[in-house]
Design a protein around this ligand. Sequence first.
Ligand SMILES: Nc1nc2c(c(=O)[nH]1)N[C@H]1C(S)=C(S)[C@@H](COP(=O)(O)O)O[C@H]1N2
Ligand SMILES: [Mo]
Length: 229
Amino acid sequence: MQPTSDDFALPPGQRVRPDFPRFGIVAYARQPLPATEVRIEVVGAIEQPIVLTASELATLPRVTQRADFHCAAGWSHRALEWSGVRFKDVWEQLILPKARPTTQIKLIVLRCQDRYRTALPLADLIAADVLLADRLNGQPLTVEHGAPIRLVAPAHYGYKNAKHLSRLELRADEHGYRAKVRLLDHPRARVAQEERGQFLPGWILRYAFRPFIEPIVRAIKAIGDNQRS
Ligand SMILES: Nc1nc2c(c(=O)[nH]1)N[C@H]1C(S)=C(S)[C@@H](COP(=O)(O)O)O[C@H]1N2
Ligand SMILES: [Mo]
């Protein structure tokens, strides 16, 4: 198939979607989302467990950034405008001084209100383009896209971009941490390297995931329509 102009310069194996659907693992979309206020617990290898709230995040510089979004299943949506705070600032100005890690932290597990979880190396989380975002395209974040707050990590596939973020678990290593579906969870999931999943090369997973995109979009949309009615 000839690439269209829309596909130009997309990362390997991605295709543009003009819409930005609510996406993810269907079972999680059915889970209740108890909290509408920002409340992120910080736990793990630290001296003092803390809770990050909207007022604390508001002490950090607000940044707005435009970025393309890439789901590991193969769809991309271009030029989303996110607004929030840099994870690096949260780390340096709130977590380090207040929670006081007791060891060198290498991995952070991101847990969400809908029971979804994923993890990224700290080194990836403190990149300049990683945000805790509460606004999208000039509007407050909707439930569909991760209210009250979500991680935005544009260099990593969608599944690292935890929505409805509720807890950060600080760890010295990966020991004891296991994602639910190992095949689909690469430790870093960098888009440019096509790290779609584990054990199989990204270019194979491209074809394995693609047929599931439309059924997942439809199933999650139906769940949302139901929740609203
Ligand atoms: N809490 C939570 N975060 C999640 C998911 C999820 O099911 N639950 N799905 C992930 C996946 S696979 C993708 S592609 C993106 C989709 O983000 P969107 O629904 O805003 O399009 O959210 C990611 N973060
Ligand atoms: Mo995804």
